[in-house]
Write a new protein. Sequence first.
Length: 227
Amino acid sequence: MAFRRASSSESLLGGENLTQAMVGIGMLFAKEGSPDPNIEDTLLAASVEGMEGDDLRVLAMLMTWLEVHSHWINADRLTRLVTAYPGTRVRAFWAAVGHWLSKDRRFARLIQSYQGAPVDLLGTGAAFHLRRAGEDPRFVGSSLRVPAGVLRDRKEDVLNPAELAQRHRTYRRRILLGPSYRADMWSELDRNPDLTAAALARRTYGSFATAWQVKQDWALLEAAKAR
């Protein structure tokens, strides 16, 4: 059977699994975190909980996490996930994030994930709160209208990069190699060096060609260690 690249996970994280994954990527909820959860899967699921589940606490934590850690996101993977997601509120959120992070050109494609009229974060009373408090400066001019003060921004709510690198193997590899499929593949081989190239590609949502090359590079270094 020919290899077919996966672009999204089979199921969206939710409930306790989502909370544990968010803690696993450095959001400080009072729960035990899961080990090395997929970063982009967790970010998308958190945005669904925030935008479709009206969980402003999760959304606030997500925004703070993005401000601290956006440099190490695999922007291509995240864009693929967002573009494939059917919910317009979620895509409007990520288009707004793309606008906010536009100084990093990797996120430019996120802006195109939603093309409709601006969406109000608050289901009721949005106009009143916007008149009273003004807009959250992170969202001004974007596809999402958010009153100032609705989403708190406290850096102490998330681990800093050094702390997260100690806990999350893939994040640490991304710091070493850049936020790429290749870095994620090295992380998977750290856990299980016997993975085939096809299995490695599927686990990291990357291409077979990249996985095959990473396997070759891994074998080369292992041979060098043995000498």
